[in-house]
Design a protein around this ligand. Structure first.
Ligand SMILES: C[S@@+](CC[C@H](N)C(=O)[O-])C[C@H]1O[C@@H](n2cnc3c(N)ncnc32)[C@H](O)[C@@H]1O
Ligand code: SF4
Length: 272
């Protein structure tokens, strides 16, 4: 069974170099996402396409190796990932990460060219316009700039900005009205954590999952919810080493727009 994921996030680490007063995660932990967990995620599931992967944390620049590993695996195994993003507190510049982001851009560019070329390899005028308007910009680096974060290190920002064409640099400041009262946060919206409900439809060759899938750095599959580590550890869809996306969908999925519910003969899968 194949899947199309619209919105996937990997928690790269639970370590952090800041202690923001509003942080929904709660106390940082000495846990890093590993290559074994990434391999389990991609090797135990078949993806037709993944529209967007966000590398979050904790602070992702403290574990750049896993982002680089994931990007190189995507390229090596020709996995159809359309764009990636990293959200960071902007304190550390990692040149190897930027190089990996450029490799991803080149990979996506070549996928687009391949998908548009005719059998004889020639690209039509219309195809050329489509290619030109879709080149680069498949990677976004977002700096968190809300009032709770320490200022971004301006030298770090400058180095990311100057690190080459094709990377989109954006800033994001969570508004006070959108803050969850979880983790360290003593104000904002209460958010009662619930098991995720993954809405899905059936495409010709794959199930399309509309809701966010979030994998914690210790390998649990959730749908981020309130973002607090302890909640995600206690209520989740299972560990990636022994839970497939198919099982997650059977147990927590919600078929929409008249989609027939997913059925599976997999012996381990039962509706709970
Ligand atoms: C959890 S951080 C992880 C990535 C990185 N450490 C950073 O701060 O950018 C991701 C985003 O979540 C936001 N955030 C943190 N606590 C929040 C809360 N209680 N409610 C809503 N957003 C929150 C942060 O401001 C940041 O933009
Ligand atoms: S918001 Fe980001 S930088 Fe701030 S404490 Fe949480 S994980 Fe760390």
């Amino acid at each position: 069974m194949k899947f199309i994921l619209h919105d996937l996030a990997f928690e790269t680490t639970r370590r952090c170099n800041l202690h923001c007063a509003h942080c929904m995660r709660g106390t940082s932990q000495n846990i890093d996402l590993t290559s074994e967990v990434i391999d389990a995620f991609f090797d135990n599931n078949e993806f037709e396409r993944i529209d967007h992967i966000c590398f979050s944390g904790g602070e992702p620049t403290l574990n750049p190796a896993i982002i680089i590993y994931t990007i190189d695996k995507i390229i090596r195994e020709n996995i159809d990932v359309r764009d990636i993003a990293m959200v960071t507190n902007g304190q550390i510049f990692v040149p190897e990460l930027v190089e990996a982001f450029h490799r991803f851009n080149e990979y996506r560019n070549s996928c687009i060219i391949k998908s548009i070329a005719r059998e004889d390899g020639i690209i039509s005028e219309l195809g050329r316009c489509i290619v030109d308007s879709n080149m680069d910009n498949h990677v976004r680096i977002t700096f968190s700039t809300d009032r709770f974060h320490e200022d971004i290190n301006s030298e770090v920002e400058r180095r990311y900005m100057e690190s080459g064409k094709g990377l989109k640099i954006t800033k994001f400041a969570v508004g006070d009205d959108d803050i969850y009262k979880t983790g360290f946060s003593t104000f904002g919206q209460s958010f009662e954590y619930q098991l995720p409900s993954l809405r899905y439809t059936k495409e010709p060759d794959a199930y399309f999952i509309l809701d966010n899938i979030y994998m914690t750095s210790n390998g649990y599959l959730t749908s981020e919810g309130n973002g607090q580590y302890v909640d995600m550890d206690h209520m989740n869809m299972g560990h990636v080493s022994d839970t497939s996306i198919e099982e997650a969908l059977v147990n927590y999925g919600q078929a929409i727009f008249g989609t027939p519910p997913i059925t599976s003969s997999h012996p381990k899968i039962k509706k709970i």
